[in-house]
Design a protein around this ligand. Structure first.
Ligand code: BGC
Length: 728
């Protein structure tokens, strides 16, 4: 986001010639107004609008802004293009499951191209809220429970949306959201209180935002929540000291929808003017909701309420973005060239993304079913549902087909029988019995279950993480027939599977995977595609077990499965089923230790083996590390199985002794590689100063000498370990 100095001079002149009213009008985006109202708002000088749904309507609003307002300042035109405009990609959580950041970059490139053609120049994406509580519906919008994964994917999305230069016709402004710690809402209930220590705020929640700022993100959205008592919208420490000061963010901080008004309910502001004043003073630049102007068009803030320099700074930030986008030169789009349907290339891109996000959770010799002729029964509410686009689906997105349609196209040799068996909600035991009565007569039964996307996303927290309705009953009924069963789950958050997982041999996690999601699943069932995704969030055994996440602290009394590892203090999240009778340990007495599936879990139709791990140094001094020396970690991985497949290799560190309790593992690198049978590749990772330290409660980044374990391998429970000594 750069603009030539001469142009910055133009901005100064413009700001100097604007009235107080004209300045404040630039600092708001009206929240989804009707088109006639939007035109009036633009005439009154508003700086930004939500996308009015076509290039032609956008052009008309831009024309009004250019020709009917005193300074002719063009508009920012915003929209939540979260995982697609016309071509819907998998939900972000499913993209994270690919462990391939190029997937997210491609989504953002395609989205930017399609959205920009219609006049959108600003998307409210990526969402990079680290999410450790699957009850929170918004986990679907982000990249899961790990800070590093959110950082890497968030930066990729920013690069994809913003392209090489914001002046390019198919670049749009990205918006990193929600700043900050929104994912730690108490009880996983949306909009709820967040109380977080400084060390966790910085080590976990701020890291992805720092990464997107470093990647040049143009805008950042304030979160709805409080952070340790102070709502983010009115939080000077967060918005000004940390984001704009420490991180050097020079773009625009936008409020969330009515987030400023919500300060009244938070009990922080007396009235709207007070709320606005506190927000702008804290560092907010643009209010979302259109509350700066009152209904009768009068301003709610007078000169002197907020320092003029602060308002000028906010206006300058907004105008700089408009300049960087080239809107002063040409804010119009050729309406004839608006992209309204997916192209063959964008379809291929989303198919590849959907395939990469599939996670094989369990497989006891059932999958793949193979392309050869066979009789297959497809049951479950997702057999014929077309609810695959997921949360933040655009009403104008290209609709998708069902799994039954996709199997028909992708597996022409199969003889397919389709029955719903049960809907998403409610009982229907009679239907279930009828649907599965002859299940054992089929060569295989695919049960397509899940949670409708309406149960995911904003304001969609759930207290019960099991499959809704009678779906568990359907699974158990099919399993009881002795048929060869494969479960396919379509969902937007980790679900609890303990009520049926023991009864079924195979589970494929398909998420809400977008326009080509059903086709990707059909291809994985037949074996045309080998699933290689991994879980970006832990799947708990029970809803009462959350939050449960891999990078937890050990506690002073970690629980271990009886008899294992001589009672050594190991990471309980890595253990298999079982519990311990060691009474005074951290656990639930009525639940096996550890999650159902840990972060990073995912199987394959082939197998992989790792060679020895080697490091360029097993010892390094603090001085060398600080001076920029890094440690190179290398490892060989071989495809030892029968078919081509993708392996995700992860590097975790563990700081064994530190002044603050450290996570039992911390991801600092990952890579996804495609390997032919018998093929070996050598992978390498770099570790440096930024990987081995942590933030303390005073807000300082510190690296402490001592011993570290470096774990590299295919997942948490499958790593080679090397000891590294950092010397004083
Ligand atoms: C959401 C944001 C979104 C905004 C605009 C809000 O309710 O929290 O994520 O960008 O609406 O649609």
């Amino acid at each position: 986001m750069t603009s030539a100095p001469v142009q910055e001079g133009v901005i100064d002149l413009l700001v100097a010639s604007m009235t107080w009213e004209q300045k404040l009008a630039q600092l708001q985006i009206a929240f989804r107004p009707r088109l006639e109202d939007a035109a009036d708002l633009v005439r009154s000088g508003i700086g930004a609008v939500f996308w009015p749904r076509s290039a032609a309507s956008t052009n008309e609003l831009q024309r009004i802004a250019r020709e009917e307002t005193p300074h002719g300042i063009p508009l920012l035109v915003g929209l939540d293009v979260v995982h697609g405009q016309r071509t819907t990609f998998p939900v972000p959580l499913a993209q994270a499951a690919s462990f391939d950041p190029a997937t997210a970059e491609t989504d953002a490139r395609v989205s930017a191209h399609e959205a920009a053609s219609g006049g959108v120049n600003w998307t409210f994406s990526p969402m990079i809220d680290v999410s450790r509580d699957p009850r929170w519906g918004r986990v679907v919008e982000g990249f899961g429970e790990d800070a590093y994964v959110n950082a890497v994917f968030g930066a990729s999305k920013v690069r994809g949306y913003q392209g090489e230069s914001l002046r390019d016709r198919d670049s749009i402004l990205a918006c990193a959201k929600h700043f900050v710690a929104y994912g730690q809402a108490e009880g996983g209930r949306d909009y709820n209180t967040v109380d977080v220590s400084m060390q966790r705020l910085r080590n976990v929640y701020l890291e992805p935002f720092k990464a997107t700022v470093d990647a040049g993100v143009a805008t950042v959205m304030a979160a709805f929540n409080t952070v340790s008592g102070r709502p983010a919208h009115a939080n000077h420490l967060l918005l000004t000291s940390i984001l704009k000061g420490e991180f050097g963010f020079n773009g625009v901080v936008v409020g969330d929808a009515d987030g400023v008004v919500n300060l009244l309910d938070h009990g922080i502001a007396e009235d709207l003017p007070d709320a606005l004043l506190q927000s702008f003073a804290a560092g907010l630049d643009v209010e979302m909701g259109g509350n700066v102007l009152s209904d009768d068009g009068r301003l709610r803030l007078s000169p002197g309420d907020v320092p003029l320099e602060r308002v000028d700074d906010a206006v300058r930030r907004v105008l700089n973005l408009k300049l960087a986008l080239g809107l002063f030169d040409d804010p119009y789009r050729e309406a004839d060239h608006e992209v309204t349907t997916p192209s063959p290339a964008s379809r291929r891109a989303t198919l590849m993304a959907a395939e990469k996000g599939l996670v094989l959770l369990k497989n006891e010799s059932v999958l793949p079913l193979g392309p050869a002729p066979k009789r297959v029964l497809l049951v479950g509410p997702y057999a014929e549902s077309t609810d695959h686009l997921g949360a933040w689906i655009q009403s104008f997105a290209e609709p998708t087909g069902s799994l039954a349609d996709a199997i028909g196209e992708e597996c022409p040799e199969w003889s397919l029988t389709v029955r719903e068996g049960t809907g998403f909600f409610g009982g229907q035991s009679g239907h279930i019995a009828d649907a599965v009565a002859d299940a054992a007569d089929f060569d295989a039964v695919v049960v397509a279950v899940g949670e409708p996307s309406a149960l995911t996303g904003e304001a969609s927290s759930r207290s019960d993480l099991r499959l809704p309705g009678a779906q568990e009953e359907l699974i158990r009924a099919v399993a009881a027939t002795g048929a060869a069963v494969a479960i396919v789950m379509f969902n937007g958050r980790p679900l609890v599977t303990s009520g049926w997982i023991g009864a079924v041999p195979a589970i494929l996690e398909a998420w809400h995977s977008g326009l080509e999601g059903p086709r990707a699943v059909a291809r994985a069932l037949s074996g045309a595609v080998n699933p290689g995704g991994r879980l970006p969030m832990t799947f708990p055994r029970s809803s009462s077990q959350v939050p449960i996440y891999y990078d937890h602290e050990n506690t002073g009394r970690p629980a271990t499965v009886s008899g294992s590892l001589d009672g050594a203090a190991v990471d309980v999240a890595l253990m298999g089923p079982g519990n311990t009778d060691d009474h005074y340990t951290s656990k639930y007495k009525d639940l096996d230790l550890g999650p159902q599936f840990p972060f990073g879990h995912g199987l394959s139709y082939t197998s992989f083996e790792y060679g020895d791990l080697s490091l360029t140094h097993s010892r390094i001094t603090m001085e060398d590390l600080r001076a920029g020396q890094s440690i190179e970690v290398t490892i060989d991985v071989t495809n030892t199985g029968p078919c081509k497949g993708d392996e995700v290799t992860m590097l975790f560190i563990r700081d064994l002794v530190a002044s603050l309790a450290q996570p039992v593992r911390r991801l600092r690198g990952f890579t996804r590689s495609s390997l032919q049978p018998g093929e070996t590749i050598t992978l390498s990772f770099e570790l440096g100063w930024n990987d081995l330290g942590f933030w303390d409660n005073e807000g300082l980044y510190i690296v402490e000498p001592g011993a570290f374990e470096i774990h590299v391998g295919g997942g948490l429970d499958d790593t080679r370990v090397f000891n590294l000594h950092l010397r004083p």
